[in-house]
Each structure stands twice: as C-alpha cells, then as structure tokens.
Design a protein around this ligand. Sequence first.
Ligand SMILES: Nc1ncnc2c1ncn2[C@@H]1O[C@H](COP(=O)(O)OP(=O)(O)OP(=O)(O)O)[C@@H](O)[C@H]1O
Length: 608
Amino acid sequence: MALFRRNTSSEKNEKIKLNKKNLKGLLGIYHYMLPYRNSFIAGFICLLFSSTILMAFPYLTGKLVDVSTGKSTWLFTEINQIALALLGVLVVQSIFSFFRIFFFARVSEHAMAAIRKALYTKFMFLPLAFFDQRRTGELTSRITADISTLQNAFSVTLAELVRQSSVLLIGIGMLLVTNARLTLFMVATFPVLVLAGLLFGKFIQRLSKATQDALAKSNIVVEETLQAVSMVKAFTNEKHEINRYSQALGQSIRLALKAARYRGAFVSFLILGLLGGIVLVLWFGGKMVHEGSISIGDLTSFIIYTMFIGGSIGGLGDVYGNLQKAVGASERVLEILNLEDEFSHSKPFENKLRLDGQIEFSSVSFSYPTRKEIHVLKDIHLSIRPGEKIALVGHSGAGKSTVIQVLLQFYSLDQGQILIDGKAVQDYPLETYRANIGIVPQEVILFGGSIRENIAYGKPHATEEEIYEAARKANALDFIDSFPDKMETLVGERGVKLSGGQRQRIAIARAILKDPAILILDEATSSLDAQSEALVQEALDELMQGRTSIIIAHRLATIRKADRIYVLEEGSIVEEGSHEELLQDKSGIYSHLIQLQFDLKEEALSEQ
Ligand SMILES: Nc1ncnc2c1ncn2[C@@H]1O[C@H](COP(=O)(O)OP(=O)(O)OP(=O)(O)O)[C@@H](O)[C@H]1O
C-alpha cells in the first residue's frame, strides 16, 4: 500500500430533538462570537425595534380606515397625519432592519471564519488515525455546509425567532386590547387551521421526496445500462432491461399521482381553510360592526393582525426546523473541535535539534486503530546506523509502508519501542522530530502553485539560491529552464502538467532543501523510461549522501546498492542481510521474490 492514502466511512443523518443539552451545544458556538458581542448586542436591539415597530402598522391602518369613514380617534384626527405616521413607521423600520442585518452579518461572518479556522487548524493537527475513519467529503462538509447552517442560524434564524415570537405575542396582545370577544373567536379558529396547514405541508414534502427518490431509482437503471450497453447486448438482455426500467417508471408514476392528489387537496385546503378562516373572522367581526361593538377600522387592523399571526405561526415552524439543523451542525463541529490533537502531549518545537539518524526498532508490534484485530507488524527488530541505506522488501501488504508510518509517529505502537539516536521517539518534540525526516513518496503529490512554491515546500523560507541549488542537485534544473516561465511555471492541480519523472525530481529537490537526517524513499512501482530513470536515480544518489535512508524498494538496482535488506512477510521480518547473502538461501523468501519480480531485469542487467 502506498504511504499516503485515504479511507472511507459513511455519514450519519440523524433527526435531532431539541432539548436543553443540545441547545447548550449551540451556546458552545456562541463562544466564538464573544469578541464581537458589541455588534451582536447592537444588532439585537435593532432587531427588537424593527420587529416591534412593524406591529404599529396594522393599528395605524385601522385608524386610517376609521378617520376616513368619519370616526376620529384619540390621537389622530386627519388622514394625512395617519398616512405620515404610517410612512414614519416604514422608514424607522427600514433603518433598523438595515442595521440589524449589517450588525448580524458582521458578527456571523467573523465568528464563522473563526470557527472555520479553528476547525481547519484542528484538521491539520489531528492524528492520522482520525482521518482513517472519515471520508474527505464528510470533513469538507463540516467546514462548509455545517458552518453555513450555523451562520444561517445565528443571523437569519435567530432574527426570525425573535421577530415571529414578538409578532405573535404583540399581535395577540393588540387583538385582546382591540376586542377580546373577537380575539377569542379568532384564536379558537385561525391558528388551528394554520397548524393543520403546516402539518399537511410537511406530509406533502415527504411524499414529493419519495417521488423524487423513485425517479432517481429509475434513472440509475438508465445510467447503469447506458454505461455498459455492450454488456446488455452481449447477454441479449435488452428486453429484460426495458422491463426493469418500465417497472421503476411505474412505481414513480404511482407515487407521483398519489402526491398530486394530496397536493391538490392541500391547495384546496389553503384556499378554503386558511382564507375561509379569515372569512370566518370577517363574518364574526362584520356582525359585531353591525351591532356597533367594533369599528370598521378596528376590524381592519384585527384582520391584518390575524394575517400577521398566521404568518408568524408558519414562520416559527421553519425556525424550529432550522434550529434542529443548527443543533446537529454544532454537535458535529464541536465534536471535532473537542478532539485532542497529536501535538497536545508533545514538547515544544526545538529548531536546532539535528538527529544523527540512528534508528532502532525494538520488539515493535502494531495494528491500525480501525482494524485492531489484524496485527500488521509483529515483533519487529531493526537496527540502522547513521548514514546506512536500508531496503525493505516484501509482498504487497506485508507491512512495508506501515513500518514507515510508525517511524513517522503517525500512529502509536501497541508494543515495543522505536529509538532514535538511543532515545525513545516520543521523547522528542514531534514537530522537531518530523522536521528531521524527509520523504520522497511513490506518488508525488504537488500542490497547484508554481514549481518554485512546490520545491520550497521542503523549506518555506528558503532563499532563491537554495531553491536553485536544490533543483540542480535533483537534476530538475534543465527541464525547469526549458519551460517559458521557468520556476514560475504552474504545475496544475496535483501536478498534472508535469511528467512522472519530473514530479519525482521536484519531490527530490524538496527533500534536498529540507536536508533531513533520515530519508524515506518509497520507490515508484511504475517504471520510467531509461533516460528519466537514470536522471532520477542520479538525483536520489545525491540525496541519500550522508543520510540514513530507508527505501521501500521495487528496483533491483536500488536493492543491490543497499547496505542491508530486510524482508517482510505478513508483518514479520523473516530474512535480513545483503543481496548476495540473502541469495545464498535459494529456498528463502528473498530468492523467491527476486525470482518473481526481478527475473527479467536481472537478465537484462547481466547481459549488459
Ligand atoms: N490505514 C490503514 N488502516 C487499516 N489497515 C491498514 C491501513 N494501511 C494499511 N493497512 C493494512 O495493513 C497491512 C499492511 O499494509 P502496508 O501498506 O504496510 O503494506 P505494504 O507492504 O506497504 O504493501 P504495498 O507494497 O502494496 O504498498 C495491509 O493488510 C493493509 O490492508
């Protein structure tokens, strides 16, 4: 297995009930808003004002109707006066709304950027075992979708919650003041209808989701068969596939028609039920106007308040749904933020510490945390002197990369010890320790920037001269100079614009610049053409000079040059010695391996 790879796991999709505990989790996020609390308070005040001032609107409209029908009221006697007051309400309301949005945006943008940064920092410092259990897509959605949900909660949802609740409370209060009898009648009818509408709406949403799913299923049939149409034909299964597609379509039609029936009923309900509810209130109010127990103006404002209240009940349903989503998002984000990172027990970075590169594995046993039952390394003993070149060979899955992973302290051991220069690895500051190890991986991963940036990845503050010198030593300068933009050439996403051999030489230049005491070389299994191979080999020889090198070897030429070869088999070291020594045992695993993998190459070599 290559040294750098990804694993998968599935994402959970839970439905969350709001309770005290998980709402507290949401408050944990609030901690990131504290630095902007002044803006938050200012925004909250604007929100309160803009929500309450709007409630004067139905009242004033009612007064306007009263004055226009010749009934003067205690505050207003003229239509112009009321119109101006209405305009005033709108102006003040719009000003407060503007500042409310502005202040909330300021708080939420800053706070969410702070959480994103905290999450990303956490990702960078979490141990590798964490990433073995998660999909990349899952982690990216923590930092994108989940944070957007939280942002929405702290700006829009919170504002909605305050606004709709104040509309509901002030609205019902105003109605009670206007006319208690009519209010009781309204409260007994209209909200019940709105709630019924809300539940009905949810039911229809579920139905249309089922319809979409059924349609998606039928599309899978199309996709699958179109991708492998030759297979369908070869098996003469055309009719079978048509049949399968028809069945899937039939199912989706049945569901769509069921949904359509309920949708039709829902629209009729909206017209009849909700508007009917208003007619009911109007009817009751009209009779009261007739009796003289309420003015036309008061009835008008009553009806507008009623509509406001209906809207706010509907709005609060959405608020509840959004809060549920936000609680889920905050739980997922906090769960990651609360994890311990791999540096938490490590000593602080010591820049100057330079290792000699003596490596000792003493009785090392290891299994990956995700697969505890499989013992990947079993009682490994290695003893490597500074400057030695060691080759690890073995069948695929034997545990070669794992030896490197534990050496890099990506995982902790189940048993045994790794000593570097006679000291246990965990006694070094982790950052300093890794700074002393360089890697040239099998599959070179470059970042999307320029060649210069990619080489400098080995030493971010390298001088121009150092970068050129590293490129020269890595046999990379010739091809870099042949590009019109030279060092500034963009390598494309993951280095796609460079050939395999060129990417490897950039990786070597990186390692040269890092100047590590210990070098790890994961040889590429795919072979380069003879010329690139020679250039890469030459660069590697230069790189290995004076460093302890561990090579996961696939090429005979490399293995022959090694001071010592360790043969791994199912996690144990089964043979060790030089190429010649190991070949002595004709029935040994090494001889067998060489026979299998390197037969042809050896023949070619001996012919030369
Ligand atoms: N992150 C991981 N989580 C769980 N198991 C793993 C992980 N990485 C490797 N393994 C398992 O550990 C065993 C040894 O794998 P390793 O990658 O060390 O072998 P290798 O000798 O380097 O193989 P190759 O030559 O194919 O790269 C394999 O059985 C593999 O499935």
